[in-house]
Write a protein that binds this ligand. Sequence first.
Ligand code: SAH
Length: 253
Amino acid sequence: MEKNLNKKKGKVFLVGAGPGDPELITLKGYKILQQADVIFYDSLISEELLNLEELSNKEKIFVGKRKGKHSFSQEEINRMLSEHARNGKIVVRLKGGDPFIFGRGGEELIFLKQQGIEIEVIPGITAALALSAALKIPLTHRDLGRSVIFLTGYSSLYSEDETGFPDYNWKLLADPATTLVFYMGLFHLQRIAERLIQIGRDPDTPAVVVSKVSLPDQKVIQGNLKNIYFLSLEQKLEFPAILLVGNVIYASL
Ligand code: SAH
């Protein structure tokens, strides 16, 4: 007990690793990794980054999904993060893309705050921005896209039915000058495209699906709302993949 009183205070850094290319982490994130005692990482984190010589002495704990199965529940991850910080460790929670875009970083934040743990957040390049750069598609453009929405194409909690098809107020997505980026966009690709046509989007609106953005085996499927699903069947796309819909794609054609 007495020992604990003298211990240095731990801290958790929620760090965005970027979309996969190890060079797309921020310099700040990279520096913090080098100060870490322990790194908790997900399945989307680049091996190349984790295997860097300067990180060879770090304790690295995999807490992501493998073959669709969680290695640890969110509650277990939260508990491990807080326990390590309480033990005076510099903890890095390294997450794909940005920690606060669809990565449950917000849940970790709330838990750690409730526990009184010191937290710092280092942003990362989220998949939508990586796609935009890799394919040279501006997400906004004065004529073609005046707003952009990041959405999830799958939601187990807020679904229209038991399939995880998200229960948005879809009509709000009809504006042709709004760029839509669907994370987890592959599973319901067909239904998303159909629904967008149903709510009034032009069936010829261009769409792209990109898997493994920024990685050497990146794959791109380019089409429009009518055909993107059928085109996606011709190529076996691998996880992770993201869908972008909008007239901004014309700027890159
Ligand atoms: N926090 C992450 C997103 C986590 S949700 C971020 O900011 O990017 C996981 C989803 O992100 C995947 O299903 C996929 O839609 C998208 N994604 C993440 N990395 C990707 C990549 N390299 N290529 C394509 N999609 C990616």
